[in-house]
Each structure stands twice: as structure tokens, then as C-alpha cells.
Design a protein around this ligand. Sequence first.
Ligand SMILES: C[S@@+](CC[C@H](N)C(=O)[O-])C[C@H]1O[C@@H](n2cnc3c(N)ncnc32)[C@H](O)[C@@H]1O
Length: 242
Amino acid sequence: MVAYIDTAFVAIRMPFPRIYVQRLFDSIAPRYDVLNRFLSLRLDIWWRKQLVRSISPADAGRALDVATGTGDVLLALQNLNPVFSVGVDLSAAMLTRARAKVAGNGTALVQAAAEHLPFPDESFDLVTIAFGVRNFSDLRHGLHECRRVLRPRGLIRILEFSRPRGIIWKRVFGVYFRVVVPTVGRWVSGHQEAYTYLPNTVSDFPDGEAFTGLLADAGFHNVTYETMTRGVVTLYSGSVSP
Ligand SMILES: C[S@@+](CC[C@H](N)C(=O)[O-])C[C@H]1O[C@@H](n2cnc3c(N)ncnc32)[C@H](O)[C@@H]1O
């Protein structure tokens, strides 16, 4: 599906300050994986698998996973045998968990912001982002940075939560996101706001054609999207060359 939306009018919510996001993920890092598996009923593993399946090994080359968190995408990318892979994240505590998973596999981990990637132009063949763009303090700038570091025939794959389709599923997931996720999240992580932050960032984040329009604005071509699990998650794809 190609975007025909005028993205000049796509509203992007007021971003959370980067330091707030960094501290939030620093504080939930020890429980992040356990909560992810539990709250998604292990679907998060399947969603990331779909992301990796959408890439052929020949395209993996030099791979950059932005907002890598605890490194689950980097780990899944190993199946594609990339020449090397790099994970970038704001949170040192999340990267510490990633290090334990991917150390010694030709993978480097770098603490940096997506909006200021510390790499020269055209350094990578592939950029992936799973459940990260929603947190960027400057979404348009972050997407431009991803485009900048990709070589001319490079690819981008982005997984992100989206608004479910259909009235019944909207209600079911609405209750789940607004009641179950914050309650269980608060209880297990011990963090008051972190799992309230999640539904808040999902509900007003551009999805579907609005998001593909932002990718096109950032200079990506062949932008498509595919919804999963009744629209709860969307996989966006694009390339640098037309
Ligand atoms: C919901 S987690 C996703 C982690 C991982 N990609 C996954 O699939 O589980 C979001 C991650 O994005 C990171 N993050 C948020 N804003 C960022 C930014 N502007 N630049 C780099 N990382 C960012 C957070 O520190 C956190 O580790």
C-alpha cells in the first residue's frame, strides 16, 4: 500500500524529552524482557520474526538496529548472517542487557540517539527499528538520520504498534492497553509511569498511511506496510532507491 496522504498535516504528538525516555528505559531495563513476553503473550517474538523474514540474507550486509533496547532484533538478525551489525540505543541499562545476548557475534553496541546517529553517510545496507520510533523525541529527524546512514540501495524495516482495526478489536485492545498493561506493568516493574506511557504513546502516534507518508518525506521509496494481529502492530518497509 503506497501513501497518498498529505503528510504536512500529519499531527505528531508533543514528544517526550529524550532524557525522560532514557531514564524510563534505564529504570525498567531489568524487567523489560519478562514484561514484554508476558504482556504480548509472546507475540513480540513472532512480530520480530516477521520483520526478519521480510529481509533476504543478501540485503542484510551491514545492519543497523536503531533503538535496539535489549537486542532482540539484533539476535534475530543473526539468522541472516549480516557482515556486521550495530545496535544503537539511548539507554545504557538496555544496552547492558543487549550485550549479554549478542556479545561476540560481530555485533557492536553504541549508546546514541536516533536523531544524531554517530555514523558517516551511507554506512549501512539495512536499518531496522522495532517498537522504537514511537519514542523518538524528533520523529522526522530520526527518520532522516536513518535515511542518511543507508547506502543508495539500502532498506529500512520498522515495526511499531498501531491502532487495531474493527470496533470489537479496538475495544478489546483498548481495555488491554489502558487497564491490563499499566496495572501489570506497574506491579512487575515497580515503575509508576512506564506502562502508562506505552498506551499513551500508541494512541496518538501516526500509523498506516500517515506513517508511510512520513517515510516518503524522509526520502524513502517503495514504502509499503502490512498490519499484523488485527492491526495491533504494523511492519513498514521502504528502500532508498526508487
Ligand atoms: C520499547 S523499547 C524497544 C526495544 C527493542 N527494539 C525491542 O524490540 O524490544 C524502545 C527502545 O528505544 C530506545 N529509544 C527511545 N528513544 C530513542 C532515541 N531517540 N534514540 C535511540 N533510542 C531510543 C529506548 O531506550 C528503548 O530501549
